[in-house]
Structure formats: C-alpha cells, structure tokens
Design a protein around this ligand. Structure first.
Ligand code: UT7
Length: 331
C-alpha cells in the first residue's frame, strides 16, 4: 500500500499586519433616538455608544473589505499574490452564494487563493485567526488574509429599541503568516446553541419570501449582557493561561466591542492591572460584530497605543451563542 505525503507548515504563525475601513457616514445618537423613544443619555449610559458609522450604498461589504485588506497587506509588506487563502467572517453579506471571499480574493489580485466565508457572528474574526494559524502551521497555506466585515445597518430595524442604537458597519482585516516565534496563542472557543434564540434573524428566508417580512436582527440584550460580562471573563482567563502569560504580563486588551459596560466588567473580573491598555472603539463605532476587534486593534496601533511585539488578548462573543478568545502578538 502506498503512503501519501503529509503537509508540513511553519513552526509558528503571527499577525503580520492589520487594516480597517470605517464607513464615511457618522450617525450620532441624536439621529436614532426619536424612532425608538430613547435618549442620547440612555444610550451612552447603557452602552457607551456616542455615535456609529453606517455605510453608504457605495460602501458595500466587498468595497469595505478590499479597502481594509489593502491596508493590512501594505502594513504586512505582503503582495496580494502571496496570499494563499482568504477567510471572510460576515453575517451581513446579503448574497447567499458565491462567497464574498472569492470575489474579494479576485479584486485584490491574489493568484487563485482559496477563499470562503464563515458564519460565527461577532466571534468570527477570532475564529478566522485561529484557523489561519492552524492552516499555516499545518502547511495548507503560507499567508492567510482574515477579514471581519459587516453592514448590519441593512439588517437593523430602526424602530427596534433593542438593536437600533447598537449595530453598525465597517471592515477589519489581518494578514497572518509564518513566524520564528509563537505569535498566536491557543484558541479557547465554543458554542451554546441552546441559547441561539437570544440573538437571531427575525424570520428565516422561506418565511421572508412568503410574507415579505425583512429578516431583521433581533436581540434579547439583557441575558446576553449578563452572559458576556461573567462567562467571557473565564474564557479570557483560560486564553491567558493557555498562552502561558499572566494578566500582569499582558499589554493590551481588545475585546469584542459590544457594550462599554461589558468591556469594563471583563477587565474587572479578570483583574487586569491599570497598565493594560484597553480598546474602547465602541464609543465611536457601535457594535460592528465581526469587524469590531480588527477595527479596534487597527485604531490602537494607529494611535500608538499598541506597539509591535506587545501581547494582546482578544475575547469575542455573539449570536449562536458562540465565543472565541486568544492571545496574539501585536504586529
Ligand atoms: O455583539 C453580540 C453580543 N451582544 C451583546 O453583547 C449585547 C449585550 N446587551 C447589551 O449590551 C445590553 O443588554 C443593552 C445595551 C442592549 C441593553 O441594556 P440593558 O441594561 O440590558 O437594558 P434592559 O434591556 O435591561 O432595559 C432596561 C430598561 C427597561 O426599562 P424598565 O423595564 O427598567 O423600565 C427598558 O424598557 O431600559 C428600557 N430600554 C430603553 N430605554 C431607552 C430598553 N431599550 C431602550 C432604549 N432606550 N433603546
């Protein structure tokens, strides 16, 4: 019997560059409150959100992804032709097939890179980073482009008090490649599908087609808030433990930007010292789901808050319910 050759990859993987795209249209709380009988003060106090970005018609999922990716490739010093695989995490590309990853890979100028979309909601970017690291170490790819992108404004009912002020649009991308030293720690991830009804589309497609009802996003926010604030601290701690570092050794905390109070609660529960720099992009960007972590990291790097070689803890959570956390080295 013949034996087949196994793939062999790089010893380690790391993020080589990140990039973000923030849509041009700034939407302050004042523009949202009347339709949901709310107030700027309520939104700021309960969520920390001051304003968010909603994409214009030209700022499509594809357009925002390509812009963020070009920036990430440039920062990584990697040509699109060196990218072997493109992973796009999104729940708001409103075209069932083909994957948006395939057309993004083409527009960027990759040479027939493997390309596919994943659906892991707000945790999708962290899922993509974990997959990219494994592909590189396993020998399936040398450079992987991971994109988190959403146009949640298309799926948000502006009259829904529970969601209209939260969800927003944007794209973030990361180039992952081989490394001499560990750059992406072990992922801690999972799902709790028995709680899937907490964040869900209001209808499935067959019903939407029959009734004409738009499948807007619906969220039972408070139980999600409580789950995220407590359970996710344990997941973050496990990611630190598995990466072999303590909270005192951590430099940056870049959690999913869902709610400022969740970010604060996680930092408190994990007893992160004052020295840890915390991403607080939620105030200006709202909740951009899969895009929130790469956008927040991109901003921290641009503003000189996070510097190359530092460690950063990601914790992401969302519809499913699903979650993922890992420690990475800042590119
Ligand atoms: O990204 C994926 C994961 N998603 C999340 O992590 C989101 C998690 N959830 C949250 O961020 C929070 O639950 C929200 C910000 C969505 C809501 O904050 P909350 O503190 O959980 O508020 P609540 O739903 O418990 O409502 C508190 C009060 C209620 O009034 P009463 O019963 O206390 O009189 C609501 O009727 O606030 C009222 N309320 C509002 N008032 C003004 C609910 N929505 C609004 C609103 N404006 N938009």
């Amino acid at each position: 019997m013949a034996t087949i050759t196994d793939a062999t990859g790089a010893r380690h993987a790391r993020i080589l560059g990140v990039g973000g795209y923030r849509p041009s249209r700034v939407v302050p709380n004042a523009e949202i409150v009347d339709a949901i009988d709310s107030s700027d003060e309520w939104i700021r106090t309960r969520s920390g959100i001051v304003e968010r970005r909603w994409a214009t018609p030209e700022e499509t999922v594809q357009m925002m992804s390509v812009a963020a990716s070009r920036k990430a490739l440039d920062r990584a010093g990697i040509d699109a032709k060196q990218v072997d695989c493109v992973i796009v995490s999104t729940v708001s590309h409103l075209m069932q097939t083909p994957s948006v990853a395939a057309t993004i890979a083409d527009e960027l100028g990759t040479e027939h890179a493997a390309a596919f979309d994943i659906s892991a909601a707000c945790a999708g970017f962290c899922h993509g980073i974990s997959m990219a690291a494994d592909f590189i170490r396993g020998g399936s790819a040398r450079h992987v482009l991971v994109i988190g992108v959403e146009r949640l404004s298309d799926l948000t009912d502006v009259h829904d008090r529970g969601t209209a002020f939260i969800f927003a649009d944007g794209a973030g991308a990361a180039v992952v490649g081989p490394s001499d030293a560990p750059g992406i720690g072990p992922v801690v991830w999972g799902s709790e599908g028995d709680r899937a009804d907490l964040i869900t589309s209001k209808t499935d497609w067959p019903t939407a087609m029959e009734t004409g009802e738009t499948p807007y996003l619906a969220m039972n926010g408070n139980p999600v808030f409580r789950w995220a604030s407590f359970a996710m601290a344990k997941i973050g701690q496990e990611a630190l433990d598995r990466a072999g570092i303590t909270a005192d050794e951590l430099d940056c905390f870049v959690p999913h930007q869902a709610n400022m109070r969740i970010i604060d609660a996680l930092a408190r529960s994990m007893k992160l010292p004052e020295s840890v720099k915390i991403a607080r992009d939620i105030a200006e960007m709202g909740n951009t789901s899969a895009a929130s972590i790469p956008l927040a990291l991109d901003r921290m790097i641009e503003e000189g808050q996070a510097t190359s070689g530092e460690t950063a803890l990601f914790i992401a959570f969302g519809a499913g319910l699903v979650y993922a956390a890992q420690v990475v080295v800042v590119p």
